[in-house]
Design a binder for this molecule. Structure first.
Ligand SMILES: *[C@@H]1O[C@H](CO)[C@@H](O)[C@H](O)[C@H]1NC(C)=O
Ligand SMILES: *[C@@H]1O[C@H](CO)[C@@H](O)[C@H](O)[C@H]1NC(C)=O
Length: 348
């Protein structure tokens, strides 16, 4: 299936904009967000992208390998809502689908205090606020990769069904909250630069840039939320720079070189690994995570492979980690890496 995928330089002209603007090298942390649960740590900021063109041109390949409707979400029904003492109303597998009649369904209403404080990345409460759903409204992309979602009493309904919680929980946006996950890889090589083959699979080993979150100590892909009006291609590059390379605090003399390498890598043909709903423990009946995961591969090893990795402000450590099925990561991240390994004919 992966072999059918066409590739192209999907960042195209967008990259130009970036080159003109340059990266914002300022020594401050990115928009701070409430501390999240471990499993949700990889997704840290706000939402959105503009008009559909760039989205439409993405080559959705492996999306089919993750059935979009088949399995009922599981993490989105975890008993304890992350970062709170709120217990979800238990939703049995056969009652996840909104189609299944459940007249007495009365989920707990929970929106985190940090969201109710109306930070820039969050919507106001519904009532005073009635955004246009299933479209891009005031720069905020409220369309879903899952197709058109229902809106009931002014509130969007999770396209994958019931979660046992209404409101937004820790998520800022009503409806889809869009994230982007850059998976930056290189080959593991020996001192002479030759690819190291895995002793069992006899396949070359890939390494990816992984960050260890300070808040929970879990290794994760350095992803983040798409800001309103931001192109996903830019989010991918920005998150990688901010979170993994900590380029915001690199000495001025180093900046140009690092920026150039990051620009160059992200200008190369990214391979889209996944685009769609994320079964995330922060999801609710009215707010949920969606992501685009793209692999940027430094095949020759002379681009970002050589960069000295540093921990960013909200990251504990950052390093190259071997891509291997035994690496413990947030579940969907493991799945993304498996797809990358298959695509690159690497060890898994
Ligand atoms: C279930 O929902 C889908 C989409 O929301 C709809 O198209 C379909 O007709 C519904 N099926 C039943 C049995 O109600
Ligand atoms: C849910 O909680 C929010 C505040 O957390 C409140 O504004 C809203 O009215 C509540 N909704 C319902 C249906 O109880």
């Amino acid at each position: 299936m992966v072999a059918l995928v066409r590739r192209r330089n999907w960042t195209g002209s967008l990259r130009l904009t970036l080159t003109f603007l340059g990266l914002p090298y300022v020594c401050t942390a990115a928009v701070s967000r409430p501390a999240l649960s471990c499993s949700s740590a990889p997704f840290i900021k706000t939402t959105t992208s503009p008009i559909g063109s760039s989205w439409c041109s993405f080559h959705t390949a492996s999306v089919n390998t993750m059935p979009s409707v088949a399995l009922p979400h599981v993490k989105a029904r975890c008993p304890l809502y992350p970062g709170s003492k709120t217990q979800r109303l238990p939703v049995p597998d056969d009652k996840v689908d909104w189609n299944k009649s459940w007249p007495q369904y009365n989920p707990v209403n929970y929106t985190d205090p940090s969201v109710l404080k109306k930070p820039v990345w969050a919507d106001p409460d519904i009532g005073s606020f009635s955004p246009a759903f299933n479209t891009v409204d005031s720069g905020v992309d409220r369309t879903s990769f899952e197709g058109k979602y229902k809106v009931e009493s002014g509130k969007p309904l999770n396209p994958r069904g019931r979660t046992g919680v209404m409101g937004r929980g820790l998520l800022g946006r009503w409806g889809p909250n869009h994230a982007a996950d850059p998976i930056v890889t290189r080959w593991k090589v020996d001192a002479k630069g030759a690819k190291i083959l895995h002793s069992v699979s006899k396949r070359p080993i890939l390494q990816f840039v992984s960050i260890k979150r300070k808040d929970c100590g879990e290794w994760a892909i350095p992803g983040g939320m798409v800001d309103p009006g931001e192109l996903v291609s830019l989010t991918l590059q920005r998150e990688f720079s901010e979170e993994a390379l900590n380029s915001l605090c690199v000495p001025p003399a180093e900046r140009g070189k690092i920026q150039e390498r990051i620009n160059k890598l992200f200008k190369s043909s990214g391979f889209q690994i996944y685009k769609g709903y994320v079964d995330d423990p922060r999801n609710t009946d009215n707010a949920w995570m969606e992501t685009v995961a793209v692999n940027f591969h430094d095949d020759s090893g002379n681009s970002v492979s050589e960069l000295p990795l540093q921990a960013g402000d909200d990251a504990g450590q950052v390093k190259w980690v071997d891509v291997d099925s035994s690496v413990a990561l947030y579940a969907s991240h493991s799945h993304f890496l498996e797809l990358v390994a298959k695509e690159r004919k690497a060890h898994w």
